[in-house]
Ligand binder design. Structure first.
Ligand SMILES: Cc1ncc(COP(=O)(O)O)c(C=O)c1O
Length: 354
């Protein structure tokens, strides 16, 4: 099995990789993906069964956009529904960047910002948090923004993979540094895992907020997200969106999920409790975890993360090798339901003894 598994840009199952190894996806418990582990609400599953598969989805996700706008308290023109937050990241770079434009990123972080900006020919600079604590280097980031005057600034808050969270004061300092020449793209894909809030406030005109209904509502197989910003910026993103990119099942799931906010808030409260228990037990077993504000976090493994991932895989557990974040001695684990978390703790104890 050892040569078959490689470090990846993203978590999740890779069926080709598993096929080569003879491991069935059903045998695996996945700790490499950070979405809500408590599954979609029963009414969401029911709603998607009622979707008529033979007609095209609404091109503007009209009903979902209207329902979200009512929850947030803004007109629908401030919102764009996307095929996951990832699509919204790509629409943002297409709408705002041209070759040689400057982009600033707070790292280490989600790789799609750099990948998309590079493909548009932009130049990317990063202010990077350092081990062992990975505190976000806010002063360096502010200095970089003032110096290079980027077109876009990407900040993932709370951050993937470190789970660090910038407070409102930090964000407002960033907005001040951006002035009206830079747009702050605030990826809040994991915001609800800090505060159980699924809706952000309309940001300043020089800010675009991205949210992931994929993560919030356990819809990783469907993908859904929304951008929130000024009507002018939202219109710019919309111009680049492929027609019908948000499929009918995802729209129906999103709409049904909005009627189940109390259910999802309870799942987040449960997850917050389970995370404290899981991380405490891991630490008691000798894991070197970095403090995280969310249900996932990174841990130092003192040997190549690639090999540690393989050792877990031999026990049918998938963790995220952080080599692609340039953290080759760290893995990322995401809290699951209690019975699964116990499996990881057990495997960790065995791997440590090897
Ligand atoms: C920071 C961040 N943003 C966006 C995404 C992608 O979200 P979605 O599945 O909604 O496209 C991820 C997924 O890992 C992520 O970590």
């Amino acid at each position: 099995m050892d040569t078959l598994f490689s470090s990846e840009e993203h978590g999740g199952l890779d069926l080709a990789e598993l096929e080569k190894s003879g491991v069935s996806p059903r045998q695996l418990t996945d700790f490499s993906v950070n979405s809500n582990p408590f599954g979609p609400a029963p009414t969401v599953k029911k709603a998607i069964q009622a979707v008529n598969l033979s007609i095209y989805p609404d091109r503007k996700s009209h009903l979902l956009r209207k329902a979200l706008s009512a929850k947030i308290g803004v007109v629908p023109e401030h919102i764009l529904i996307g095929n996951g937050t990832t699509e919204l990241i790509w629409l943002t770079v297409q709408a705002f960047l041209k070759p040689d434009d400057q982009v600033v990123i707070l790292g280490p972080t989600f790789s799609e910002y750099r990948r998309a900006a590079n493909l548009l020919g932009a130049r990317v600079e990063e202010a990077r948090a350092a081990p062992p604590f990975f505190e976000p280097p806010l002063d360096r980031l502010l200095e970089l923004i003032r110096r290079v005057k980027p077109r876009l600034v990407f900040v993932c808050n709370p951050n993937n993979p470190t789970g660090k969270y910038l407070t409102e004061n930090g964000i407002s300092a960033l907005l001040t540094a951006c002035k009206d020449r830079s747009i702050l793209v605030l990826d809040q894909a994991y915001e609800s895992f800090v505060n159980a809030q699924f809706f952000s406030k309309l940001p300043a005109d020089n800010c675009l907020i991205l949210r992931s209904m994929t993560k919030d509502f356990a819809l990783a197989g469907l993908r859904l997200g929304y951008a929130l910003g000024s009507q002018t910026n939202i219109k710019k993103l919309e111009r680049f969106q492929p027609t019908w990119s948000v499929n009918a099942i995802a729209q129906a799931a999103g709409l049904a999920a909005l009627d189940e906010i109390a259910f999802y808030q309870q799942t987040i409260q449960k997850l917050i409790l389970e995370k404290s228990r899981f991380f405490r037990q891991l630490e008691e077993s000798g894991a070197q975890l970095v403090d995280s504000e969310v249900h996932f976090g990174i841990m130092k493994v003192n040997q190549p993360a690639r090999l540690v991932r393989q050792s877990f895989l031999q026990r049918f557990i998938l963790v995220r090798d952080c080599t692609s974040f340039q953290l080759p001695q760290y893995i990322r684990v995401s809290t699951q339901q209690e019975s699964d978390n116990l499996k990881l703790i057990d495997a960790f104890a065995k791997i440590k003894k090897e």
